[in-house]
Design a protein around this ligand. Structure first.
Ligand code: A3P
Length: 288
């Protein structure tokens, strides 16, 4: 299939047609956010599915019923994807959603509501690696070519949801005040219970230590990978082929070191430094 057949362009961003269409984007634009809603926003491969697992559990105080009975995409649906229209009426308040939209594409009701945002960032070098393998296993995405070819595409923004630098910058300069919380994938890997405490305080949930530990246990890489409601084993092989790569691939920090040559690292660093300008100083990782 050609790139044109696989993707649609939305405000210059490439989105897979398998999961998005003009109707779903219109639905997102007209979506009515409620004050109690919480949306996890990420650039793809930053830990979206992880936060999608965490959010409903924190919001419902650690009740595990849903994560054993409802697939993750219905527990916290994507704002921009086709599925939302089908399940929106079944979502219980406070609703959890996820989105890959940059800030400027969020719908008007998001801005007028008091809905909260958790923005998850990940080291872009690990994002490239994760995305590279994801493109190999996802039948609805273009073949990534070689790792270096894919990196060029990534740096030029010819990938899903455009340039990483644009996405991160868009969400760092908002007028959301205390409606937004920033967290990194790395912080979650380092100490998940501590990250959960921060998330639950932000959402005004004040969970007991017992609930925090229970949620951390169920959101571990190992347990999510084993849960059929979270590991995408319900998706037909032609869309996600676990023989090519697992969605729950490694779940670690720093796998980029096994993939970047010294030349690709130099190129990556130079492009990102230029695009981030003075912002690079406030990023939680070194670009080198
Ligand atoms: P890797 O490919 O590096 O393993 P997204 O959900 O945004 O598509 O991101 C997918 C990445 O998050 C994958 O990274 C996946 O393994 C990782 N991930 C998902 N759940 C995780 C968890 N519980 N712990 C650590 N990493 C997790």
């Amino acid at each position: 299939m050609s790139s044109k057949e696989m993707y649609l362009l939305h405000h210059g961003l490439k989105l897979p047609k398998e999961t998005h269409d003009l109707e779903s984007l219109k639905f997102a634009q007209e979506f009515t956010f409620k004050n109690e809603d919480v949306v996890a926003v990420t650039y793809p491969k930053s830990g979206t599915i992880w936060m999608q697992e965490i959010l409903p559990l924190v919001l419902n105080g650690g009740d595990l019923t849903l994560i054993h009975t409802v697939p993750n995409w219905d527990r916290a649906p994507w704002l921009e994807e086709k599925r939302l229209a089908e399940v929106v009426d079944q979502l219980k308040s406070p609703r959890a959603l996820v989105s890959h939209f940059p800030y400027h594409l969020m719908p008007p009701s998001f801005h007028t509501s008091k809905a909260k945002v958790i923005y998850v960032m990940r080291n872009p070098k690990d994002i490239i690696v994760s995305s590279y393998y994801f493109h190999q296993m996802a039948g609805f995405l273009e073949d990534p070519g070689t790792f270096d070819e894919f990196m060029d595409k990534f740096l030029e923004g010819r990938v899903l949801f455009g340039k990483w630098t644009d996405h991160v910058k868009s969400w760092r300069h908002t007028e959301l005040g205390d409606r937004i919380m920033y967290i990194t994938y790395e912080e979650m890997c380092q100490d998940l219970p501590a990250a959960l405490r921060r998330i639950s305080e932000f959402l005004g949930r004040h969970l007991s230590e017992e609930s925090i530990q229970k949620i951390a246990e169920h959101c571990s890489f190992k347990n999510m990978k084993a849960n059929n409601m979270s590991n995408f084993s319900l998706v037909p092989k032609k869309y996600m082929d676990p023989d090519k790569s697992s969605f729950f691939r490694k779940g670690v920090v720093g796998d980029w070191k096994n993939h970047f040559s010294s030349e690709s690292l130099a190129k990556f660093t130079s492009v990102l430094r230029k695009e981030l300008g003075s912002e690079s100083v406030s990023l939680p990782w070194s670009l080198d």
